[in-house]
Write a protein that binds this ligand. Structure first.
Ligand code: FES
Ligand code: FES
Length: 163
């Protein structure tokens, strides 16, 4: 569990395009603040140790494990969670491809996988399979065997490129 040190303070940042302020200990995990204070429960906890990527979010465009980020470090940042991706029509083909290709089973890894895939496709609109593998290498899945996930991302890239 998180060790809380010091006093709670007001911490402000942008989440999915909206300005938010929370009262939190600066060392609280961003993951917990997103889920418990902002009710953004799409971000999942898997390992809690920076190994699985289930808690992935984008902070100022960088893919990070929110279980490793003290919320104080996010002050002033722009954060995107899976809810922000879900409401962005640009990523509709990515969501559809995950559903159609069986890229999600139990779903615990899915928000992080989609965040990682969105991050990859923003930087590399037509990734090779090796680049997809590399782009998702920080995200673990215990259910799918990864093939369907990689196929879903490749298909999403085709659909986004065809727009
Ligand atoms: S829960 Fe954060 S990396 Fe696994
Ligand atoms: S779908 Fe279950 S961990 Fe990936």
């Amino acid at each position: 569990m998180t060790k809380n040190r010091g006093a709670k303070c007001e911490i402000s940042f942008e989440v999915n395009g909206e300005r938010k302020s929370v009262r939190a200990y600066p060392m609280e995990r961003l993951l917990d603040v997103l889920r418990e204070q902002l009710n953004l429960t799409g971000t999942k906890e898997g390992c809690g140790e920076g190994e699985c990527g289930a808690c992935s979010v984008l902070i100022d465009g960088a893919l990070v494990d929110s279980c490793l980020v003290p919320v104080g470090q996010a002050a002033g940042a722009s954060i995107t969670t899976i809810e922000g991706i879900a409401s962005n029509p640009r990523f509709g083909p990515l969501r559809d491809a995950f559903l159609e290709y069986g890229g999600a089973q139990c779903g615990i890894c899915t928000p992080g996988m989609i965040l990682a895939a969105a991050h990859l496709l923003e930087r590399k609109p037509a990734p090779s399979l090796d680049e997809i593998r590399e782009g998702l290498s920080g995200n673990l899945c215990r259910c799918t065997g990864y093939i369907q996930i990689m196929e879903a991302v490749a298909e999403a890239a085709r659909r986004l490129g065809a727009r």
